[in-house]
Design a protein around this ligand. Structure first.
Ligand SMILES: O=c1nc[nH]c2c1ncn2[C@H]1C[C@H](O)[C@@H](COP(=O)(O)OP(=O)(O)OP(=O)(O)O)O1
Ligand SMILES: [Mg+2]
Length: 203
């Protein structure tokens, strides 16, 4: 029996993590699943700092294999903003719609060919013994002129990945999971898990 704690409260993210993690754990539980009400202040200046803080906080409490994901959207025309502030871009109580609205507003005078952006995902995994591993994935694309689609979460309705003419929210979750920043970070994490667990998936 191998269990993974996922240090996230974001249900959209948790769903993707469960789809992407592969067969290395029989049980994958998030902070919502085991109902711990902990508020981890994400005050780092990088995705790496914040992912590390989330993973360490949960590992220190439970001493079990723990995974954290810190991610966000960097918009070229805004010098990389909202970046690490993506979740709090329109204030603490704001919704995904509020954040999308604010971003589109700031880009209202930016023409289509200057709307380049990238999603970043940093994963930090801490194994049973407390060893720390980190991987990163980037997905390039551009910001749509208006929100479209119902799939996914967060900024998905306004992000058009390179090579497609639809937003992540219009594309199938299967396609998103083949090309996203998160899936790229997981490709590398799974190589590490393969080494830690000797290629053996658990059964
Ligand atoms: O694939 C994605 N598709 C759309 N939006 C995304 C994606 N990946 C990250 N994002 C956005 C959501 C949130 O506004 C911010 C992440 O912030 P981040 O602190 O990592 O996550 P969070 O606060 O929502 O949950 P938690 O910290 O509990 O894991 O970037
Ligand atoms: Mg967060």
């Amino acid at each position: 029996m191998r269990k993974l704690l996922v240090a996230t409260k974001n249900e959209g993210k948790a769903k993707e993590i469960k789809q992407l993690i592969g067969g290395y754990f029989n049980d994958v539980v998030t902070l919502k699943d085991f109902d711990i009400n902990i508020n981890i202040i994400e005050d780092g200046s990088t995705f790496e700092d914040n992912a590390l803080k989330k993973a360490k906080t949960i590992y220190t409490l439970y001493r079990q294999p723990t995974l954290a994901d810190d991610s966000g959207l960097e918009v070229d025309a805004l010098g990389g903003k909202p970046g690490v502030m993506s979740a709090r871009y329109a204030g603490e109580k704001a919704t995904d719609e509020d954040r999308i609205k604010k971003l589109l507003d700031e880009l209202k005078d930016v023409p289509e060919d200057k709307r380049g952006a990238q999603f970043i995902c940093v994963l930090v995994f801490i194994d049973q013994q407390g060893r720390i591993y980190q991987t990163k994935g980037i997905c390039r694309g551009k910001i749509a002129l208006e929100p479209k689609g119902k799939n996914g979460f967060g900024y998905d309705p306004i992000f058009i990945p390179d090579g497609f003419d639809k937003t992540f929210a219009e594309l199938d979750s299967q396609i998103k999971n083949q090309i996203s920043h998160r899936s790229k970070a997981f490709e590398n994490l799974k190589k590490i898990l393969g080494e830690i667990y000797n290629e053996g998936t658990c059964d």
